[in-house]
Design a protein around this ligand. Sequence first.
Ligand code: HGY
Ligand code: MN
Ligand code: MN
Length: 403
Amino acid sequence: MNVIERCRFLAGMSEDPGNLTRTFLSPPTREVHRHLGDWMRSAGMTVSTDAAGNLRGFYAALNPGAPRLLIGSHIDTVPNAGAFDGPLGVTLGIALVEALAGRRLPFGIEVIAFSEEEGVRFGIPFIGSRALVNAVDRSLLATADKLGITVEQAIRNFGLDPDKLPEAVIQPKEILGYVEFHIEQGPVLESLALPVGIVTAIAGQSRLDVVFRGMANHAGTTPMHLRRDALSAAAHWITMVEREARTAPHLVATVGSIEAFPGAGNVIAGEVRMSLDVRHEDDDVRRGALSRMLAGAQQLGAERNIEVDWKQRLDQASIACGSALVATLEKAVAAAGLPVHRMVSGAGHDAMVLAGWVPAAMLFVRSPGAISHHPDESVLPDDVEAALHAGLQFLHLLEAHHA
Ligand code: HGY
Ligand code: MN
Ligand code: MN
């Protein structure tokens, strides 16, 4: 199977029959590990699973003790996902090692399938890559999902030992850097008719849980002026969030999930629980917009006698990707005969977690129709070939540099 066939094959491993949903260490993850592990071993890698559930394939260097290059991405998905967001970066990493056909380099290669990047199950993203930078702390381990299962328990349920998390941590002096191949998940490369793009920065993101509390009451007997309707207040606030997000270029804000309680058609909603996701490559712009959105919620609450509460789940600073590693990736793209286009990522990636510890570089692959986080997400075979070619040039340039 080629890279695309492998991604589509893995997409059949889901916790929801009929669509692709694979959250942190859910049962289908074990099947994905089995197939990735087989492909890694047949490419000459030794395979292990760390205490955060990251599957790690190691391709030894010519000389023991040489540094290693990390190539990775995530294998968890959003609900009803596409086949390529995450798995493309892992299967491309394996394909690069396969292309070496047993030839050893002056550095090792570690291909990593991160266990969790989307943040779907626990509301906190990057659990897999956080383990590599020693950022899975007690409070994260104690975070519970909707069923009350904590991250720690999910790790144990998968047969892993959270006490071994320190063994997952990388030593920066042993690492050349981290490179992640990823679909762009946006319209830029397609609009420019380009196959690949070099990521120069990854937008920062704020993720919150927001609650509006009014009072449930009878839909038929409660006059409009006597209501404390949490859902109509939330509706006003969501349009306020959208209006605020339109005030600055590249600023985006999304209320992606909303639950109304008690959730009956003949009962005024007494409580509404929403998510809020705000992003921008400039952290001041993002945080400024967020504080105006929250002030707007409080203003609405005061006007409508609605209690407003929120819990910040994530404040992930934006990162710039400008290391020598990125310059080498640019040279590799040019050496592969491809146009070099630099761009910002609106989506978050494991690279932003690792960038705090080691040089990180990302190569985007065009997303046809700019569709992602959707079953129609796809990639073009020629673009995957181009990414593979650039990846091999990248290894070649690193080899020359470290010979
Ligand atoms: O939401 C994101 O930015 C990514 O898909 N985790
Ligand atoms: Mn992704
Ligand atoms: Mn994603």
